[in-house]
Unconditional design. Structure first.
Lengths: 289, 411
């Protein structure tokens, strides 16, 4: 008991610091969300759930909410689908592996905003690199206006998101792969398991905890990710590529509706919290089983 | 050991508070919007010159990109950490005045000082008879046209009306493959403004009698005009992916034959595409002869909570001397706001600028209404829907007008 009390005492200072850093802003945001707020953050009358009601009455908000889920699922799923094979390849022994690893990690060194701006230029309709590249390959005849409409812009944004998330995910998976003992593969090979079976029955199960952590972290990053969408389309044309965080930015800073913006951020917080709790619970149950 | 750690923490905290309090009475903090790469250096130089002439006063310049200015001001003001002086878009002025965040300058503005300005540019910063800001930047819009492309199409000069413009555009389409006649902006800031040029020429107004003019016949005609250009292949394809800078770049590359924009394109062309043969003309008129250009000013304002109002005013006085204004406007390519400055040969003999100044009497400024940014957003969204051909023109504009009316009624 005494030992326990000491342990709690020792944690207490950092717990208080963390609580202050996390809970105080949360309290402020809840406060903003429940009030009528002017453009400069001055609280006026208490307005209950009026800000939330206004949001759910706005079709653009509902569309952005739905699009955020598609965006997150698309980027996280796409990243995983690319990163697992990339990590497997980089884990193998081949000439120039060091250089290959550096190349895969490089996008990580460039700020996300810069990546997005470079892509904005590359996707430009009349003078973009992508169009001239595709024409050079003879794949298209005329220029495609990538960012003019949501059905071409949004998939490209998801692809940029995937590109930006690969280095981080690959790093986590490489760490996981290096912890798989070689003996397991040797034993499996002797028993007659082919490459696919080795992957299914050895690599994938042992990699699972690493994949889980990659999914949770990526989901949190991507769900909140602002630069890619903002730098390429600012959520346009006509809000058709908005996700929650770009919607929030416009509501708060362009239109001066700080109360509604605070409400959006609370909703985002709630969605992420619920997702993380469910996912961690599921992942833990799997591991226990 | 433990104790000294705690002490260190206390000291660190005290240090933080001290830091936020070090800006003493003699320091004037100024938030500056970055118009170009010359903005920061100009203001730092001006601050140094001012400090040399006024020992004891320090000027602290904070340069912020234009796109982040509103965000920075909002967060600074809500935290009470704003500077003493700041540049703001004059169209935001109403919000600042109605919330009592900025202070009128009338105590210092003498008739002599007032006489320095060209009245058109000072007026937007005046509210309820009080001067709340000084026009730090001024601009208007006109039609830039590519002379080589026009000559190739057999056009002798710039079009006077939209009807002439349409006829000329068809000739350009036939004579210059790969060149689009009309550079139409359809993305990001001022997408709505690009439409107002046509709206005004059809005799419409943005707001009339407290109601939105978007549902009017003039607005429908204006939208139909632009839509016909898009459908007829007279604009660059995919207009909703082109911001103002993107369209200007197409013009510099010779890929669009015309673009409507501000004087600063002239200086950009001089630096980036010096061989481009271009002219500047008034924006075409509508069937009734109506036409309009957009006048814009940014104001520099003094915050109510500033503790160094007198020193701040002195710096303003310095910035608005003829010498300083001439220097700044030459760097940025803005229109002169100072009457004496306008007679400087650089401005008086500049053919491009002459066109802009001649258009000023008919210039319209953003209407002084609360929620202007929200109306601009509603309008831009409606226009993008129309440009994409995703909805009928009339119902889309009527819906947008209803939304704008709702915003107008709130105040």
């Amino acid at each position: 008991m005494g030992r326990r009390a000491t342990a709690y005492c020792l944690i207490l200072p950092s717990f208080l610091l963390a609580a202050f850093i996390i809970l105080w802003p949360l309290k402020e945001i809840v406060n903003l969300a429940l009030h009528d707020v002017n453009r400069f953050g001055l609280l006026r009358a208490f307005s209950g759930l009026a800000n939330f009601r206004a949001l759910f009455a706005d079709p653009d908000f509902l569309a952005a909410l739905w699009r955020t889920l598609v965006w997150t699922a698309g980027v996280v799923g796409g990243t995983l689908a690319v990163s697992v094979p990339v990590a497997l390849m980089l884990n193998g022994d081949f000439y120039g592996r060091g250089i290959a690893r550096v190349i895969v990690m490089l996008p990580w060194a460039v700020s996300l905003t810069m990546t997005a701006i470079v892509w904005r230029w590359a996707l430009s309709g009349e003078s973009g690199m992508l169009n001239s590249g595709l024409q050079g390959l003879g794949l298209i005849d005329g220029n495609i206006q990538w960012l003019a409409e949501a059905w071409t812009a949004f998939p490209m944004q998801v692809l940029i998101g995937v590109e930006a998330s690969i280095p981080f995910t690959t790093t986590i998976l490489l760490g996981g792969l290096s912890s798989v003992p070689d003996e397991l593969y040797d034993a499996a090979a002797i028993e007659g398991a082919g490459a696919w079976d080795q992957f299914r029955f050895i690599t994938l199960p042992l990699l699972r905890p690493f994949i889980n952590i990659a999914v949770v972290l990526n989901t949190i990053y991507v769900f909140n990710s602002f630069p890619i969408i903002w730098a390429t389309t600012q959520g346009g044309p006509a809000n058709s590529t908005d996700i929650l965080v770009t919607y929030l930015y416009k509501a708060g800073f362009r239109l001066g509706k700080l109360g509604e913006a605070a409400a959006v951020s609370l909703i985002m917080f709630g969605v992420l919290l619920v997702f993380t709790l469910i996912y961690v619970r599921l992942a833990m149950r799997e591991e226990a089983a | 050991m433990k104790r000294s750690g705690f002490k260190a923490l206390l000291l660190a905290c005290a240090g933080l508070f001290a830091l936020s309090g070090t800006v003493d009475a003699g320091t004037v903090r100024v938030t500056i919007a970055e118009y170009s790469k010359g903005t920061g250096p100009y203001f730092n130089e001006a601050a140094q010159a001012f400090e040399a002439a006024n020992p004891g006063t320090k000027i602290q310049i904070e340069v912020v990109p234009w796109d982040n200015l509103q965000q920075k001001l909002t967060t600074d003001i809500s935290a009470g950490a704003n500077a003493d002086l700041s540049i703001i878009g004059t169209r935001w002025l109403l919000d600042y005045v109605s919330q009592g965040i900025i202070t009128p300058l009338d105590a210092h503005v003498t008739p002599d000082f007032k006489a320095r300005f060209i009245d058109t540019f000072l007026k937007p910063s005046v509210m309820d008879g009080k001067v709340y800001g000084l026009p730090i930047a001024a601009s208007a819009r006109a039609l830039y046209y590519n002379k080589d492309v026009f000559a190739k199409a057999g056009l002798s000069g710039p079009p006077g009306t939209w009807a002439e413009f349409t006829a000329g555009a068809e000739k350009i389409k036939a004579s210059a493959p790969g060149v689009f006649a009309f550079g139409l902006q359809g993305k990001e800031i001022e997408t709505d403004v690009y439409f107002y040029y046509a709206l005004w020429s059809q005799g419409g107004e943005i707001v009339q009698g407290g109601k939105s003019g978007l549902g009017s016949a003039a607005a429908v005609d204006a939208a139909k005009l632009y839509r016909s250009y898009i459908n007829g292949g007279l604009t660059q394809p995919g207009v909703t992916s082109y911001s103002r800078e993107d369209v200007q770049n197409l013009f510099k590359q010779g890929k669009v034959a015309t673009v409507i924009t501000a004087p600063f394109l002239s200086s950009q062309i001089k630096n980036e595409a010096p061989s481009l043969q271009y002219g500047v003309a008034a924006i075409p008129a509508g069937p009734g002869g109506a036409r309009g250009t957009y006048g814009v000013t940014d104001s520099i304002v003094l915050f109510e909570n500033s503790k160094v109002k007198d020193e701040a005013w002195k710096f303003l006085d310095f910035l608005f001397t003829t010498e300083q204004r001439t220097k700044f406007d030459k760097i940025e390519g803005f229109l002169p706001v100072n009457a004496r400055e306008a007679s400087d040969p650089y401005f008086a003999d500049n053919a491009d600028l002459k066109v802009f100044t001649s258009l000023l009497p008919g210039a319209r400024f953003a209407p002084v209404i609360a929620g202007w940014e929200e109306i601009a957003t509603v309008t831009s969204n409606a226009l993008q829907t129309i440009y994409l051909g995703r909805a009928e023109i009339e119902p889309t504009l009527r819906d947008a007008a209803a939304k704008a009316d709702e915003i107008l009624a709130k105040k």
